[in-house]
Every structure is written in structure tokens, then in C-alpha cells.
Design a protein around this ligand. Sequence first.
Ligand code: SAH
Length: 560
Amino acid sequence: MAPLKPERVTEPISDSESSDSREEDDEGWDDVEQDEEETQQVISLLDDKVFPDVMSMLEHCKDKHGFDFLAVRQKLQLDFHGCVKLVNYIRSRVHDGQTVSENISTSEIESDQYLKPVLDDDAVIIGLFDLPDIVPESTPAQTQDATAVDDLLKRNTELQEELQRITAQFERYRATVSETLDQRWGDVEAAEAEASAAKAAGKGKEIAPKKPEDASKYYWESYAGNDIHETMLKDTVRTEGYRDFIYNNKHIFAGKTVLDIGCGTGILSMFCAKAGAARVISVDASDIIDKARENVITAGLSSTITLIKGKMEEVTLPVDQVDIIVSEWMGYCLLYEAMLPSVLYARDRYLKPDGLLVPSTCNMWIAPVADGEYVMDNVHFWRDVYGFDMKAMQSGIWDEVRVLHWPKATVCGQPAGFKLLDLYTIKTEDLTFSSHWRSELTQDVDAVDGLLIWFDNFFSPTREDNKSVGLQSVADDWAKENQDRVAFTTGPFNTETHWRQGFLMFKYKEGESSAFKKGDVIEGDVTFAPPEDMPRGLIIKTSWSAAGQDKKHAQSWDMR
Ligand code: SAH
């Protein structure tokens, strides 16, 4: 998954690396059908056909589905807000696979929830302005005996008034939507302040019931924009890894019910649908799911994929059990962001006893690195900045995990697998742990400058096969043994991924030597735990020493 980007610890991928990725992209997207259309299209209310304007879409709904939107509007005497609600009501029913009849009552669509657009920039809502006027019930139709000129003049005045009224309505609609959404999504403070101000002013406005603040609100917001998803989709190691496993194992997906946890743009759901899944249920709590909905419609996959907006732990799925769970939940150093517990929750709640997890195992790696140039650039640099000693700027630089892709030549010791996560059996409490590691130096170094952390991901076609993954299994080697398997690494020896590696920089006392010879061994313990005040963050600690030496080094790094 695209981790929350802690800007301060992340370095941009260089231009040359980016262009490499782009080349790989072009190759990798062959399987995906793209819709290059840029003009605003009107998506049918009742199926996934698109039309150039609202009237032709409504004609289609009337002819093909026997649903006359204008007649319903007339019958219910709906104003602009009412029409918006009717559109969103229809869209949400169709999305949930329910039928829509012309016998809708006003009470069915009165909830404010239907003010929230089901589709972003829904051309139907914008096009409501262009619909012919509703005929007020109490007003008789136009008088027969008025002269043509009088009619035209009258009509002109009416149209101008109508335009003013609609503009005002649209502004009110915007305001209502943003107020409703603010309240629903936890911005209760503003709503409460407004309510108490109104009360103090004697308006007697009711105070909105206090909803618990969502501690992860910032997290959902971080996934709402395009950039983070673009980064993930362009990470070809990641996205092609999932795609290859799904497409190479179509026999596993055919006819199955799949749950995609954290569907983002919907990419993995669409892979599964194209691989023949009978039904894909896609859950995401972030606004990005509105884009996924459009992507799914554009791909013509809306009859297979059901999108549900909400937290995995809170939504109600339309099925009791699923055959396969697909999820891209991995964060920096694997566990940053703490999304895995949501997958484990769904595993225990929905996965059939013989169901499949995609991916199915991860292991975590640690290795010592030596890179004098990096330390010079990022640490010693501050001691002489245009002749000034800026050591104050060094404060904290050893306390944060730095996320960078490291040149493989800087890895100066054997990598050690230190944690195996079998996703079928691991529990949330196992994600706070302490493990031993040991590494033999592969070259002479003036100093070991720190430790690198990365992880490998394993996709097994069966639960039985998954048992073959061990603590020291290397992704590529393991995958080669069986063509149905897929595995990829985020380590320094292979193509860079957007996860890069976590660098834990050592802090030495002045004058302290940390030179090692090839064949020397260093070893220690590494501990992973979330900070108490930030469950999605990570604290990594290690204490280590050179074999045969008493002196222990202990340090802790944060990722918030
Ligand atoms: N599957 C997509 C997106 C992965 S990013 C892809 O592969 O490109 C992870 C997504 O999971 C984010 O969009 C985030 O909003 C969502 N997510 C994380 N935890 C979740 C939870 N508990 N419930 C619902 N969505 C969640």
C-alpha cells in the first residue's frame, strides 16, 4: 500500500529512476483496458451505458428500463434538492444490486445522506439544470388564449427568475453537502461550536449528537487524493506482482467471491473480476472509493464488483463468507500504518476455513550498511556550513527511520531474516515483537553506519504450498520453484519499490571506532512496537554488539 508519506524521511526517486519505471509501466499495462475519453459523460442511472447529455440518458432509462425519471419528479413535485436526492438514491440502490421502481415515495429519498454524490462530478446532477420545468400541481397549464408575444416575454422573465433561483439552490446544495459531510466524517467540533453559538443566540438550534472523533481521519484523508495511488500503481514490482498472481491463477479465481480490503482505485478488484471472480466486494474507508466506483463502471465491471465505503471493521458485507481475501496492506518497514490488523480481522470474520489470502506470507530482513558518503552529506555536513558549526541542526537525525533506496554495494553484511509473518495464523498481538539477528560482515569497513530493514512478499496458490515459506526464504528463489507462485522483495538488491528500505542510522560517541573486518560478526535484538500515542506509527529498537565484545550499542528510531 502507499504508506503515509513522512516527507521528512523520504527522498524523491531520481529522474532517471522515474523514467525507468515509466518504461516498465508501458509494458505492464497491456492487460488493462483504458478509456481515454476526456469529455464529461453522462453515466446512466440504471446501467453502465454512457450518454452525451442527460435527456438522452433519461430517454434510455424510460425506453429500456421503464423508469421515467421526469414523471417521478413530477409526481413527487421534487425541487432541485429533491432531484439530487433522487439521483443519488437511484445510484446507491443500483450499486447495491437493488431494483428501482417508479413507485418511489418522498420518505424513501428524504434522508440527507442522498445529498452526497455517489459519483464524483456526476454529470446527471450538473445536468439537472437543463431539465424542462416541473409543472406545479396547483397552477393550471398555460392559458390557451394568451398571445404568442406575451407568452414569449413572460417566458423570458420566468427563465431569468429560474436561473437566479437555480444558482441560489446550487449554492445551498454545495453548503448542505459540505455541512452534512463535515458532520458525518467526524468534524463535529465545528458543528458543535456552530450549534452552541446558535443556542447562545437564542435560536434554539439543536446540538448535533456528539460522534466519536475518528483517530484515523488523517489516515483516510491521506489516501483520498490521486498522487499516493499513482505512486502505488506506477510501482510495477508491486502492481505486477499482484496482477501476475491473479492472472496466472485464473483457475483459482474463477467463480469465487473475493474480498478486496482497502481497494483504493479498485485496481486489484478489477484484476480479480477480469480473472473470472463471480463477485468482488471492495471496501475502502477513504474517499478514493468514489473514484474506484467510476473506474469500475468505466471498465464495465459493475455487475461483478460491489464497492462499500467504510472501515473494514465496521461495514456489513452482503455475504457471510468469502473464498479469497486480496489486500495490499504493507507499509514502510512492513508494519508502519498498521493496516494488517484490519486484514486479520476480516480473515477471522469472513474467510472460509479453506479460503485463500493474497498475499499469504511476508518475511522481514535486516542488514548492516556502510556508506561514508551518506553520513558525510547528512550528518557531518552540519558541522561546517559556510564556515559555521550548525550542530544544532543535527538534533533528532538519529531518532527517525529514514526511508531510502540504498545502493546494494553499501550493504556490508549478510542479510538476516528476523520475522516471518504467516498471514493465515499470525495474530495482531504478534505484530509487537522482539527478534534476534546475526550478520557476518562481507567486506572490511571503516564504520558500520546503520541497519537496513526491508521485507519480501509471498503469494502462494494454496494454503499447503504457503507452508514452504521460511524465515530465510528469498522472494525470487522461492517463486522460481513453482510457476503458480509469485513473490517480490522490497530489498536493496532488486528493482526499487515505493517502499524502499528503512535506514536506522547509528549514533556513535565522538572518537568511537566502529571499523570491522570481513568475516566479523555483529548481532543483536530488534524490537517492533507502535507508539502508545500513535497506533499507526512504529518504534524500532535494536541493541547490538560485535561477537566477542562486551560493549553493547542500544538505540531507538521512530516513524510517525
Ligand atoms: N488496493 C489498492 C490501494 C492500496 S492502499 C492498490 O493496490 O492500489 C491501502 C488502501 O486501504 C487505502 O486506500 C486505505 O484507505 C485503505 N484502508 C486501510 N485500512 C482500511 C480499513 N481498515 N478499512 C477500509 N479501508 C482501509
